[in-house]
Design a protein around this ligand. Structure first.
Ligand code: ATP
Ligand code: MG
Length: 411
């Protein structure tokens, strides 16, 4: 019979991988809570329109990468990212009435129909943060700090923060005009995607990975426009203040004028955190400010900023974490007594297993040595005396103790 395999671009997260995933999840809860963020879990599918309006219908995500299907004449989509879903929930649940800022964090699977390769899957996981209600750059600094400290808690230090300001819609419009003017002579040489972007979303041109396009962008007259300080005074002040906070916090960053981010909703601050130890898919975190998204999705005029991190890429960087052995393994030919002893220990918070398949005594000892730190031997002598022999499998020391104090013999 043919074997059914996992779908292209999807991966099982196997028991051996779990220590790393548990670490990422536990630290997310611990670190983000310290900043006052609360966890939110939104549905995995939403109305397609949410992403078309929220992520932007000129983006690759919406145009090429969405898993969209119909049910009862409704168009639904598996979430490609979670900011739009969190914003929908924020509005729907009246969170604008809560005292600001509202700080939320999430984790979970996302779906994008992309070409699978190292660091790029069709179902992948993100952990992210969204902070609502603060227009000042203190929120930008706080969000970047949350990302950096979370990464540090995972032991990831060899990372660089890249920063840019996209300005506000007004100053950006002017920049787009300049950019379009200087690119016009090269329009026919740009890739087909860039020709569309030129009309619909010129800022995204800078994000193009096609070498021929990059070559055109590196021409001096085009670089001059890209490198110009196009942002208005207010936006510049916001950006300068953020940089000042980051300097004071000793967070290393560099300015990357080509950083525009793939999503339409960003304004002012955008940032990415990259690793030197990942191949070409080297971004572990992407984020930015999205002051008009809540309003665009039908809510109040509430500014916000957030980030998302790719958990598979983090897991790769964290590497392997040793799977913990079971603490104790009961070795006995009396399953009824073995199960009772195992339960007593589990009630005391100790991980404990026993032989479920009635194997010979020696085989049970072998199994215990491979999987546990202690063997709790319950032979006929022990049972008769209401005692247990506790064998430390690392040092081979053993002693026979009364059943009541077994727990205290185990560290
Ligand atoms: P990229 O440039 O790598 O495509 P992106 O701009 O599409 O990233 P975001 O939408 O900002 O990514 O998502 C934030 C993070 O989620 C990325 O930095 C990355 O770590 C991770 N990520 C995005 N797409 C994938 C994917 N298909 N597979 C695995 N991780 C992903
Ligand atoms: Mg992408």
């Amino acid at each position: 019979m043919t074997i059914i395999k996992a779908q292209k671009g999807t991966k099982d997260i196997l028991p051996a991988d779990m220590p790393v995933w548990h670490l990422m999840e536990k630290n997310a809860n611990e670190i983000f809570s310290r900043y006052g963020a609360k966890e939110i879990r939104t549905p995995i599918f939403e109305a397609t329109e949410l992403f078309a309006r929220g992520v932007g219908d000129t983006t690759d995500i919406v145009n090429k990468e969405m898993y969209t299907f119909e049910k009862s004449e409704r168009s639904l989509t598996l979430r490609p990212e979670n900011t739009a879903g969190v914003v929908r929930s924020f509005i729907e649940n009246g969170m604008h009435r809560l005292p600001m800022p509202v700080k939320l964090w999430y984790k979970g699977p996302m779906f994008r129909y992309e070409r699978p390769q190292a660091g790029r899957q069709r179902q992948f996981h993100q952990v992210g943060v969204e902070v609502f209600g603060i227009k000042q750059p203190t929120a930008d600094a706080e969000v970047i700090l949350m990302a950096v400290n979370y990464l540090k808690s995972l032991g990831l230090n060899d990372l660089s923060v890249e920063l840019n300001s996209l300005g506000c819609p007004e100053c950006r419009d002017e920049f787009k005009l300049h950019l379009k003017a200087v690119l016009r002579p090269y329009l026919k040489d740009l890739c087909p995607d860039c020709q569309t972007r030129y009309e619909k979303n010129p800022l995204r041109l800078l994000d193009c990975k096609v070498p021929e396009c990059q070559k055109i962008f590196s021409k001096p007259e085009i670089q001059e426009v890209i490198m110009s300080d196009f942002i208005c005074e207010e936006c510049a002040e916001h950006f300068n203040e953020l940089k000042k906070y980051l300097d004071e916090l000793k967070i290393n960053y560099s300015i990357n004028k080509l950083l525009v981010r793939g999503l339409d909703y960003y304004n002012r601050t955008v940032f990415e955190i990259k690793s030197n130890n990942l191949g070409s898919q080297n971004a572990v975190c992407g984020g930015g400010r999205y002051d008009s998204l809540v309003r665009n999705l039908g809510g109040e005029d509430i500014p916000a900023i957030g980030f998302a991190m790719g958990m598979e890429r983090l897991a790769y960087l964290i590497g392997e974490k040793e799977d913990k052995k079971t603490t104790a393994f009961v070795v006995s030919n009396n399953p009824a007594e073995a199960i009772k002893l195992a339960e007593e220990l589990r009630k005391a918070g100790i991980t404990c297993e026993f032989d479920l398949s009635n194997k010979k005594f020696v085989k049970q000892i072998e199994k215990a040595s491979k999987t546990a730190k202690y063997a709790l031997i319950l032979g006929e002598d022990e049972l008769a005396a209401d005692k247990v022999t506790v064998k430390n499998l690392e040092t081979s020391e053993q002693k026979t103790v009364s059943r009541q104090i077994v727990k205290s013999e185990i560290i």
